[in-house]
Design a protein around this ligand. Sequence first.
Ligand SMILES: Cc1cc2nc3c(=O)[nH]c(=O)nc-3n(C[C@H](O)[C@H](O)[C@H](O)COP(=O)(O)O)c2cc1C
Length: 229
Amino acid sequence: MPLNTDKSSSVTDALMTRITVRAFLDKPVPKETLTRMFDTARRTPSGGNLQPWRAHVMTGETLKKFTEEAAQSTLGGKQEGETFPAYPSPLWEPQRSWRYKLGEDMYALLDIPRDNKMGRLLWLANNARFFEAPVGIIITGHKDLLMPQHLDVGIYLQSLMLLAREEGLHTAPQGWWRRHPETVRKYLSVPDDEHVLVGMSLGYGNPEAKVNDLWADRAELDELVHFYD
Ligand SMILES: Cc1cc2nc3c(=O)[nH]c(=O)nc-3n(C[C@H](O)[C@H](O)[C@H](O)COP(=O)(O)O)c2cc1C
């Protein structure tokens, strides 16, 4: 299915046309659009109204310098001390297979086979460039946040992703940025008691890019939803 770049006018449409976009157009997002999105996202609910997120929104020169450094750090194999591991280890079924299939489907689209380790590393480094998006977002929060507050941050992220579709924009949520706490601290104002929770690329999705044809599978309704009468 080709990437839908129209502006969504319903929540259903925003959800159905949102995918993780990993290639963006070289087209800036107006400041008013960004302000409107983040202003509306303030309505995100959170347990106890803690609003445990803090968003750092980068564009222009800051974004350029930040991504150059993060990409170099990735390609140089520098370990910056990840905030949290991305997944439980070992991961169980069926989640393990779902994760594996996502990766294989993506590399098949990109035509980078498993034995092309350098090709896969170079592709991974695109994460560190916010996939060339004109806006890079880092979300930080207090180091002592508990699981319920991490749920709140997830809801905030979804607010931003759906609001982006209303503006004709696309996003890539990125746990990736938990690997780059040093780069984040160098460029952004993050107090010592906070750390990186997640990041997000934001911009106009490139409908010509093959990688944006990736429609990740979903479990069937009755696999994960149980109705009780
Ligand atoms: C919290 C979160 C973190 C993610 N981190 C990354 C990431 O670091 N890099 C990436 O390419 N995709 C990342 N993704 C995208 C997921 O792979 C994607 O959401 C999932 O495969 C479903 O595909 P879809 O978003 O295209 O529907 C992340 C998604 C979420 C929700």
